[in-house]
Design a protein around this ligand. Sequence first.
Ligand SMILES: [Zn+2]
Length: 47
Amino acid sequence: MANMYCVKCRAKREDANAQPVTMKNGKPAMKGKCPVCGTAMFRIGKA
Ligand SMILES: [Zn+2]
């Protein structure tokens, strides 16, 4: 579960299916999808 911010809804969303990813600079991030509108969400740092 990751707390993320959807820029389209302008609201905080939780994505149970968020996936941990590594950015190009080697830092951890989380990639998810807004459960309400389906917009991709991205969050820097671990969940
Ligand atoms: Zn949304």
